[in-house]
Design a protein around this ligand. Structure first.
Ligand SMILES: C[S@@+](CC[C@H](N)C(=O)[O-])C[C@H]1O[C@@H](n2cnc3c(N)ncnc32)[C@H](O)[C@@H]1O
Length: 253
């Protein structure tokens, strides 16, 4: 889908990932190996960015000229790079956003969603999004069962505002003691209704051993072929590959 286009990895890692004790290619390595992208913008915090740049230099020398490692907070750097025109608007763009917990700000998603807005799908599509929405290990833990009177002005509530985009994006769900799936559903709904994506879907990802829900993968696209990607998501869940880093639709083994 993104052939000849740009790959954005907001939380790119160091090139390799330790998955259940096994050393496997991380998302940036998979994107490079797929050869699906003309250019790759790889965002990471400075220390890990250095390790990633070294990894690429040592293991993917030929691809190094296609890769731009961007050290720093992706919430600042992605909008700056979009503003600077680093991503061609006339080519597909695919963004994989895989934070550890609550690092992805809604404003960053807005910047990506608006960047290529206004085209005529399927020829001209918005930036396609794959977002790891960290419900169980992060967001739900910021919502106490019995909140004190200061909770609405607490750092936890402010973090939820930043991640969800606004107080009204989550407060009613919290008041209703909603489960994690409804927060993921709300996020997807806002991708469609507020940011204009043709379709946004959520896929619950389970722990392969305990089968306990871990997080949701959220996919937003206005490309007709997006449904194909949802089959990928279903397969990924059915095979319980929850911890494996898999990039849909780009021929990763
Ligand atoms: C879950 S890991 C991503 C793993 C990666 N996708 C892979 O396959 O190896 C999250 C990464 O995001 C980085 N990170 C955390 N906050 C960040 C931020 N604000 N901007 C960019 N990267 C960040 C962390 O250093 C960590 O390597």
């Amino acid at each position: 889908m993104a052939g000849g286009g740009t790959y954005i990895d907001g939380f790119a890692g160091r090139g390799r990932a330790d998955i259940e004790g096994e050393d496997r290619p991380g998302s940036a390595a998979l994107a490079i190996e797929s050869r699906a992208f003309k250019s790759l913008l790889l965002y990471e915090l400075p220390k890990t960015a250095k390790a990633l740049a070294t990894y690429i230099e040592q293991n993917h020398k030929k691809a190094a000229s296609r890769c731009l490692v961007r050290p720093g907070d992706c919430n600042r750097r992605i909008p700056e790079d979009l503003e600077a025109g680093l991503v061609p608007k006339d080519k597909p763009c695919f963004a994989f956003l895989d934070p550890n917990s609550t690092q992805l700000s809604w404003d960053t998603v807005v910047a990506l969603a608006h960047y290529k807005a206004g085209g005529a799908p399927p020829r001209e599509c918005k930036v396609e999004l794959w977002i790891l929405f960290n419900t169980h290990q992060a967001l739900m833990r910021l919502m106490p069962r019995n909140p004190g009177p200061d909770y609405p002005t607490s750092p936890q509530a402010a973090t939820l505002d930043r991640v969800m985009g606004a107080r009204e994006a989550w407060w009613d769900l919290y008041q209703a003691e909603a489960g994690a799936g409804l927060y993921a559903g709300r996020y997807a709904q806002r991708l469609e209704q507020e940011l204009g994506y043709g379709a946004a879907r959520t896929q619950r990802i389970l722990d392969p051993h305990t089968k306990a829900p871990q997080y949701y993968m959220i996919h937003a696209s206005d490309h007709l072929a997006a449904h194909k990607f949802m089959y990928w998501a279903e397969n990924a869940t059915a095979r319980d590959r929850s911890e494996a880093v898999r990039l849909p639709g780009i021929g990763v083994p």
